[in-house]
Design a protein around this ligand. Sequence first.
Ligand code: FES
Length: 122
Amino acid sequence: MTTKAAGARRVYDLGPIGTISLGEGRTFRAGPAVIAVFRTRDGKLLAAQAACPHKGGPLADGIVGGGKVVCPLHGYSFDLATGEPVGNACPALKTYAVTVDESGEILLALDDVCQEAGARPG
Ligand code: FES
C-alpha cells in the first residue's frame, strides 16, 4: 500500500479494484483506521468503518444490496452512502471518500489524525 499526503488528508492506495467482487466488501487497514470497502452490483464503490456499531460485527462480510449492508452477526442494516442505520437504533457508520483512479487502483482519503488532534507525528 502506498500513501500520499494531500494537505490535512492522506490518500491510501488500497490496490486494484478487481480484488473486490461486485456485490461484496473487503476490509483494509489504512494507517490507524480499519475500513470496509464495498463494491455494489451496479459498480459503485463505498467505504465505511469495518466494525458494526452494534457489537463489532465484520461489516465487509455482510450482505450488500440496494445501497445497504446487512451485518452478518445480527442482521442490522446500514445505508452505505450515508452510514445511517436502516430500521434499527444503532449509531450511524462513519463513511469515507473512496474513488478509483485511471489505472483501476482504489484510493481512500482519510483526514490526517495527527493534524486533526494537534499532535506531532512520532
Ligand atoms: S454486531 Fe452488527 S448487528 Fe450486531
